[in-house]
Design a protein around this ligand. Structure first.
Ligand SMILES: [Zn+2]
Length: 495
C-alpha cells in the first residue's frame, strides 16, 4: 500500500515526458500545448492559415458582389461615376487595413513600418536613442562594441535589421502578444537563414553565429522589454499573483514530502540552496530572455550540486525535479509566470528547444505545473492535514524550523539540536559507566564468594612431615670446638 502511494507521487518525470509530443526530438513546453516551439507553430500556423483563407474567400465574395452592384449602378446612371467609385476605394482601403493585422501581411514591407531614413546604416539612430533607458543603453553599447568585431557589410546588415524589427514591434500595438511573439520568432529565423545563405556571413563559424544571435536577442529584447514583458492585455499579472500566493501558502512543504534527497542540515547544501534561490529571484531583474534563461541554467546546476554534496556521488536526473520544485517553493520568485511566458514567447527557440538550457527550462515549467496541481495525494498526506496546513491552522511536525528566520536563529536552532544530541550521548555514557561499575563490583563479589566456597568445601590440611628441631641443642659447646679458629688480623708484606 505504501509502495502504491509512493508511485502516485508524480515528482519524477521520464525524459520522454519532457519531449515534444510529435516526436521530433526537441523539448516541449506546457505553453506550447506539449509541442516544441517548431511543431507548435506549425499547428498554430495551419489554424491561422485556415482562418486567413476563409477571410480571403469572404473578402473575394464581397468584392465580387460590390463590383456587380457597381456595374449595375454604372449602367443605371452613366453620368458621374467618380463619387461611388471613390466610395468603393474607401471601403477597399478599410478592408485592407483590417487585413493588415494578419501575420502574412505584416511581413510585407509596409511603407509606414520602415521609414525612408532607414537606408542610413548607422545604429546610433536618433529615433532609437530617444527611448534608451540605462539598461538598454548598456545593451546598445555592448551591441555596438560587438558589431565592431564583424566585417563592415555584415555589421551594417545586422544593425539595419535589428532597428527594423524594433520599430516594427513598437508600431504594432494592435497585435496580440502571440502575434508579436511570432514576429520576433520569425525575425530570429530570418536572421539565421540569412547567416546560412548570404555571402556577407560566409566566413562565420557556428559558434560565432550563435553569439551573433544572442547579441541580437539581447539588443532587441532589452529595448522591447517594457512593451512585451507582462503586457496589460494578457492575464499574466493575475497569474503571477496567483502562483505567488499559492507558493506562500505551500511554505510548509518539506523535502521529505517531496522526496527531495538533500540534506538541509549540511552547511554546504544550505549555501547552495540560497544561491539557487538567488538565481531564480534574479531572473526577474534581467531583460533579455537569454539572460533570464542563464539564471534558470545556473539555478539548475546548483540543484545538481546540492544532490551531489548530499549523496557524495553524481546525481541522477530522476532526483533532480523534486529538489527543483523545493527550490522554487523556497525562493518564491517574483513574477514567475510572466518570466516563463516571456522566455517562451521571445527567446530564440533554438535555445529553449534543445541542449542544456532547453532541458532545464522544460524542467522549470514542469516544476511550476506540479506546484499548481499539488494536492494531499501527491504529498502522501491526509486531506484534513493538507487543508489545515494550507489554511495555516497547523504546521507539520518538525517544521517549526522551516519558518522564515534569520541566519543567527537558524544557527541557534542547529546548535540546540546538537546540544540535545550531546546531552543524550553523555547520559548514555554515564549509564554505561554505572553499569560497568556494577559489573565490576559483582564480579569481585562473585570471585570472593567462589574463593570462600572453595575454601569452605576443601579446608587446607597441612601435613607435619618435618621433625621438631631443638635449637638450643645445636648451641652445644662441642659443636663450637669443631669449628676452625677465628682469623686473626696480621700485617702482610712489610719490609
Ligand atoms: Zn516538435
Amino acid at each position: 500500500m505504501a509502495g502504491e502511494t509512493k508511485k502516485k507521487k508524480g515528482f519524477h518525470v521520464d525524459e520522454s515526458e519532457l519531449m515534444c509530443k510529435k516526436g521530433c526530438g526537441f523539448y516541449s513546453n506546457p505553453a506550447w500545448g506539449g509541442y516544441c516551439s517548431k511543431c507548435y507553430r506549425e499547428v498554430y500556423h495551419k489554424a491561422r492559415q485556415a482562418q486567413i483563407e476563409s477571410d480571403e474567400m469572404l473578402a473575394r465574395k464581397l468584392d465580387q458582389e460590390e463590383k456587380k452592384a457597381l456595374e449595375e449602378q454604372k449602367h443605371a446612371q452613366s453620368a458621374v461615376p467618380s463619387k461611388p467609385f471613390s466610395k468603393f476605394e474607401e471601403k477597399k482601403r478599410q478592408r485592407n487595413n483590417a487585413k493588415s493585422k494578419s501575420v502574412k501581411t505584416l511581413f510585407k514591407k509596409s511603407p509606414t513600418s520602415l521609414p525612408s531614413k532607414s537606408a542610413s546604416t548607422d545604429v546610433s539612430h536618433s529615433a532609437l536613442e530617444r527611448q534608451l533607458s540605462t539598461e538598454s543603453e548598456k545593451a546598445f553599447n555592448n551591441f555596438s562594441e560587438f558589431l565592431k568585431f564583424m566585417n563592415k557589410p555584415a555589421a551594417t546588415d545586422i544593425a539595419k535589421l535589428c532597428k527594423g524589427i524594433v520599430e516594427r514591434i513598437q508600431k504594432s500595438t494592435d497585435l496580440t502578444i502571440e502575434e508579436q511573439s511570432e514576429l520576433v520568432q520569425d525575425f530570429y529565423h530570418s536572421i539565421e537563414e540569412r547567416m546560412n545563405t548570404s555571402p556577407t556571413f560566409r566566413n562565420l563559424t557556428e559558434e560565432q553565429c550563435d553569439k551573433i544571435l544572442d547579441h541580437i536577442e539581447k539588443f532587441i529584447m532589452t529595448q522591447l522589454y517594457s512593451l512585451l514583458f507582462c503586457p496589460p492585455l494578457t492575464d499574466d499579472e493575475q497569474k503571477d499573483l496567483a502562483i505567488q500566493n499559492r507558493i506562500r501558502r505551500l511554505r510548509w512543504v518539506s523535502t521529505e514530502m517531496l522526496e527531495a534527497l538533500i540534506d538541509e542540515n549540511n552547511e554546504n547544501v544550505c549555501k547552495l540552496i540560497e544561491q539557487a534561490e538567488t538565481e531564480l529571484i534574479e531572473m526577474n531583474s534581467k531583460r533579455a530572455p537569454v539572460d533570464k534563461l542563464s539564471c534558470v541554467v545556473n539555478c539548475c546546476k546548483l540543484v545538481f550540486k546540492m544532490l551531489q554534496v548530499t549523496k557524495g556521488a553524481p546525481a541522477s536526473a530522476d532526483d533532480f525535479l523534486p529538489v527543483l520544485i523545493y527550490t522554487v517553493l523556497k525562493a518564491n520568485p517574483p513574477r514567475l509566470h510572466s518570466n516563463v511566458q516571456y522566455i517562451t514567447r521571445f527567446a530564440n527557440p533554438q535555445r529553449i528547444m534543445k541542449g542544456e538550457p532547453g532541458y532545464y527550462f522544460t524542467n522549470l515549467c514542469c516544476a511550476i505545473t506540479f506546484i499548481e496541481n499539488l494536492d494531499a495525494q501527491s504529498l502522501a498526506i491526509s486531506q484534513q492535514d493538507y487543508e489545515d496546513y494550507m489554511a495555516g491552522k497547523k504546521v507539520p511536525p518538525g517544521s517549526e524550523e522551516s519558518e522564515p528566520i534569520c541566519d543567527g536563529l537558524r544557527l541557534m536552532y542547529t546548535n540546540l539540536t546538537t546540544l540535545e544530541e550531546l546531552r543524550f550521548r553523555q547520559n548514555r555514557l554515564l549509564d554505561d559507566a554505572k553499569m560497568l561499575q556494577r559489573e565490576i563490583k559483582e564480579w569481585r563479589e562473585s570471585v570472593t564468594r567462589q574463593v570462600e566456597e572453595e575454601l569452605a568445601s576443601k579446608p587446607v590440611i597441612t601435613t607435619t612431615s618435618v621433625l621438631p628441631v631443638d635449637i638450643s641443642a645445636d648451641l652445644n659447646q662441642d659443636h663450637f670446638a669443631l669449628l676452625p679458629a677465628p682469623l686473626k688480623p696480621e700485617v702482610v708484606g712489610s719490609n
